[in-house]
Design a protein around this ligand. Structure first.
Ligand code: MG
Length: 386
């Protein structure tokens, strides 16, 4: 048996998105809470198991870094003045790896599915020189002439070409090198110029290219069905000890006592952290930050919360809503409630409307009533890919 052919994926993210409007290119806009480019990379890294190289505009490196943080991508290749030049730069950067196949994909198609990728790779493995996903044109096509008159274009035999377009790496690199001066809008056109045979693969309507605001709204709708909602709960207690302040929900509050703990003993943030971990089935705070580990002595608990949020994002999830209840006789929570919400929203990078902080006493009953300690509980709802 011959070894599995190696595959590289080139994602072209160098466009300025002028049709979309605004100053930020569309591939960095949020779709279902994540930058479009991030979704595109994740969609491809889940299925192709290949080397992923992104080509970016030098003007938008900051957007790129923010959109791909934590994905472990190689340093991006800088694009050129045209898509064609950007692809060529990307292919040249792949020459040290020299994969058998390369899939060239537009960053603005984040909903690319695993079945489509599998069809393209299977077509290449079966010997095709170029595998291009296409969708039949269903609408009636008309061209308006310069004099305003309309012309009917027969739609029989008309196809819309999508990406990723799959090629043998050496051949498409040569085509790009050979036809630098021919201006085209996709790589299939260069493959044809180089005499490569094109094999049509069934495309997918959902593999839409996000070009306008309307497209973005439509893509949001397509995504809804691909999510499930999950709930996690968290609970934490810390004992009062000598001191003059406590940390609660990320806020320092002057108090007659301090809270005892290995870290800063912020029970509010601990409960919230555990609720997020619970919602994604990622264990508990003690597992991620063992109290036996000297690194976490007196640690500021915003780090724990930020880590849980990072894990949620790594799982492709979004934070929908979090509710924290602090249970104590003292300190009074009311005066600090809005500051706590704002601080949590800041740590999580979310709108403050997605966070609630409440407080209650236990009417003098139990350990909280005796002011021996305080408790916090939290419930969190997240949205995860189904
Ligand atoms: Mg704790």
């Amino acid at each position: 048996m011959s070894p599995m052919p190696s595959v590289a994926i080139l994602i072209v993210s160098a466009g300025k998105g002028e049709r979309f409007g605004g100053t930020m290119p569309k591939q960095y806009r949020l779709l279902g809470g994540q930058p479009i480019l991030r979704r595109t990379v994740r969609a491809l890294s889940d299925i192709a198991n290949g080397h992923i190289q992104v080509v970016v505009s030098p003007d938008h490196l900051e957007n790129y870094n923010a959109a791909t943080a934590g994905l472990g991508l190689p340093v991006p290749v800088l694009g050129g003045a045209t898509r064609q030049e950007s692809v060529r730069n990307g292919l040249e950067a792949l020459t040290p790896i020299a994969p058998d196949f390369v899939l060239i994909h537009d960053a603005a198609r984040p909903l690319v599915g695993s079945a489509l990728i599998a069809r393209i790779l299977a077509t290449l493995e079966a010997g095709a020189e170029a595998a291009v996903p296409m969708v039949a044109v269903a609408d009636t096509l008309r061209r308006q002439n310069a004099d305003g008159s309309w012309e009917l274009i027969p739609r029989e035999g008309m196809w819309r070409a999508q990406t990723p377009q799959g090629f043998r790496f050496a051949e498409i690199l040569n085509a790009h090198r050979q036809f630098r001066t021919v201006s085209v809008t996709d790589d299939m056109a260069l493959a044809e110029a180089a005499g490569l045979a094109i094999t049509r693969v069934d495309g997918e309507e959902s593999n839409m290219k996000i070009t306008t605001q309307d497209d973005l709204l439509y893509a949001e709708r397509l995504l809804i069905g691909s999510y499930e909602f999950r709930t996690g709960s968290g609970f934490d207690v810390h004992r009062f000890t000598e001191g003059d302040h406590v940390w609660l929900c990320g806020i320092r509050i002057a108090h007659s006592h301090a809270l005892e703990g290995h870290s800063d003993a912020d029970a509010g943030l601990h409960a919230l952290t555990d609720a997020i971990l619970g919602a994604i089935g990622a264990g508990d705070i003690g597992q991620h930050f063992p109290p036996t580990d000297e690194r976490w002595r007196n640690a500021s608990s915003d780090r724990f919360l930020a880590h849980a949020m990072h894990l949620l994002h790594e799982a492709g999830g979004q934070f929908v809503h979090g509710d924290v209840t602090l249970i104590c006789e003292r300190p009074k929570i009311g005066p600090h409630r809005e500051a706590m919400r704002a601080r949590i929203a800041d740590i999580l990078g979310i709108d403050v409307g997605r966070i609630s902080v409440k407080a209650t006493t236990t009417e003098g009953l139990g350990f909280t009533g005796r002011r021996e300690g305080l408790a916090a509980e939290s419930v969190v709802t997240v949205k995860l890919p189904a």
